[in-house]
Design a protein around this ligand. Structure first.
Ligand code: ATP
Ligand code: MG
Length: 504
């Protein structure tokens, strides 16, 4: 297994280019880490990391010279790394290093090392493989810790003692769970036991870095896997206690409520199956976050979670702040969906009237479709008949949404009197008044307060103008009637609303 040759898979010209430069400098050089892992798994990987025995910056400089002016070199002296961009390719270079950690410092002592030193300091066996790019060994896989076998067995395992690996850099605990979720691998039992023992060490890691891993978990095909692992490892207690509180079932007088953690995970995965939108996934994760704090047992009604959607929407704000998640439109969106998540269910529990449907549509605005995805996912009842009934009612609601939108679009298109005509009528320039008239007119037609004819529209605008003390320059109704009379002797009357036409 260790003599595997992957030269056929290294298709990009960059590998030969880097190998030639390394040979000219009489240096060992390897592709390493995530790129090798993804190449073997057959997963797309963008950035290519190279490790060389010696200075990574020197090698990158040499490769850049060979490529010529197309190449852009960025050097990070503090880290001893360099990046080379040309075209769509991004290559990263680093010298092989050895790290030693001391108990009292978070930052390791880093020294130059051999390839083996460098592989030993990596987080997982699947990330600790290298492929040579030097001409005489091109494509040879170096796999000291059987990463290849672990890919076949689909397991995440540390190359060295997991207690040391995790204690040296606790972020690796998050990475273990993130890779298990992204790749749908299991965490090997010794490694998992070390997660349990070291969970509290996560507290020295910055919120920013934890957030990056959580975002990757949420973008995975089945995010619940990551959250269950975070719960079982004990990490969730430190990074997201509000979620831990959702776990469990309480029984009073023989009446139990559902396990809200389990329910949330089911909802999260069905939303993830329906949508790539990671913020909709966050809304799914947080939709019931207000339940533990609003939970109440009532002898008559049993378990209630009164206002948990409003409380939840508020909690989203503090959670986003603490977790270093974005504070702008993403937060507003998630918080809004959490607040509204029960509305479609409430709607179908009552009678589905047009006005109730319209009210919800106006409330949710552009997020209506996402709200319906969340509401559908929220129906996790084991009672299949009940579930089918809800979903059928949602079909009905969505049909009504489509009707309403089609009608609105139709009316918008048909706007019988436009802004220019209003400006002409009152001798007004483009101004807030004119905007007020056109907007009110549109709304009145939309709400079916008036008919969508030119005469009705002018009558409405004149009435508004009277209230504001604005005088028209001429009588538009008279003019309309003249136009109509002229049209009558010629073509068909087009100003009548469709409804009054005897077309059926
Ligand atoms: P992805 O880019 O998909 O997140 P990756 O494996 O490429 O996955 P990077 O963070 O880009 O992850 O790191 C590149 C490589 O560096 C890893 O494959 C691993 O070998 C090593 N590495 C990264 N972070 C750590 C760490 N905290 N501890 C040990 N090794 C690490
Ligand atoms: Mg990477």
């Amino acid at each position: 297994m260790n003599t595997m040759n992957l030269s056929k898979k290294l298709k990009s010209k960059s590998f030969r280019l880097v190998g030639e430069a390394a040979d000219a400098m009489q240096r060992e050089c390897y592709v390493v880490g995530g790129y090798v892992r993804d190449l073997i798994i057959g997963r797309h990987s963008k950035d290519i990391d190279f490790v060389t025995v010696g200075s990574g910056i020197e090698l990158a400089t040499k490769v850049g010279e060979n490529i010529g002016p197309r190449a852009h070199l960025a050097v990070y002296r503090n880290y001893g790394t360099a990046q080379l961009h040309f075209g769509k390719t991004e290559l990263e270079f680093v010298g092989a290093r050895r790290e030693s950690y001391s108990r009292d410092s978070r930052n390791p002592i880093v020294e130059d090392g051999t390839l083996d030193d460098d592989l030993a300091r990596r987080d997982f066996t699947i990330n600790a493989m290298a492929i040579s790019v030097n001409a005489d060994t091109f494509g040879e896989l170096i796999d000291r810790y059987d990463g290849l076998g672990d890919i076949e067995r689909r397991i995440i395992r540390t190359p060295l003692d997991p207690d040391i690996t995790f204690s040296d850099d606790p972020l690796r605990m998050m990475r273990a769970i993130r890779f298990a979720t992204q790749l749908d691998f299991d965490i090997e039992p010794e490694t998992f036991a070390a997660l349990n023992r070291n969970a509290a060490r996560i507290e020295i890691i910055s919120g920013e870095r934890i957030k990056d891993e959580l975002m990757k978990i949420m973008a995975s095909p089945r995010p619940s896997k990551g959250w269950y692992l975070l719960l079982r490892s004990g990490l969730l207690d430190f990074i997201f206690p509000e979620l831990v509180r959702m776990k469990g079932v309480e029984v009073v007088h023989g009446r139990a409520h559902k396990d809200n953690f389990v329910h949330t995970m089911t909802v999260l995965d069905s939303v993830a199956a329906a949508s790539e939108n990671v913020w909709l996934r966050w809304a799914a994760l947080l939709h019931d976050i207000g339940k533990p704090v609003t939970k109440h047992f009532d002898d008559e009604r049993g378990w209630t979670f009164h206002n948990h959607n409003f409380i939840g929407a508020k909690m989203v704000k503090s959670i986003f702040r603490r977790m270093k998640l974005p504070q702008g439109s993403e937060l507003t969106y998630v918080s809004k969906l959490v607040e509204l998540h029960m509305r479609p269910i409430a709607l179908v529990e009552d009678e589905v009237t047009d006005s109730a449907v319209r009210r919800l549509a106006n409330y949710a605005e552009a997020d209506l479709e996402d709200l319906m995805v969340l509401a559908r996912a929220d129906i996790t009842s084991k009672d299949e008949a009940r579930k089918a009934r809800y979903l059928a009612n949602f079909d009905l609601v969505e049909e009504k949404f489509r009707d309403i939108f089609a009608k609105d679009a139709e009316l918008n298109r048909k706007n019988p009197v436009n802004g220019n005509e209003i400006m002409e009528l009152f001798g007004l320039p483009q101004s807030p008044e004119v905007g007020y008239f056109t907007k009110s007119l549109k709304q009145a037609i939309k709400d079916c307060e008036i008919e969508d004819t030119r005469i009705a529209a002018f009558e409405y605008v004149l009435a508004l103008a009277r209230e504001k003390g604005i005088e028209p320059l001429f009588d538009p109704i008279e003019r309309e009637k003249e136009v109509e009379a002229a049209a009558e002797s010629g073509a068909a009357d087009k100003s009548q609303p469709d409804k009054s036409q005897p077309d059926e």
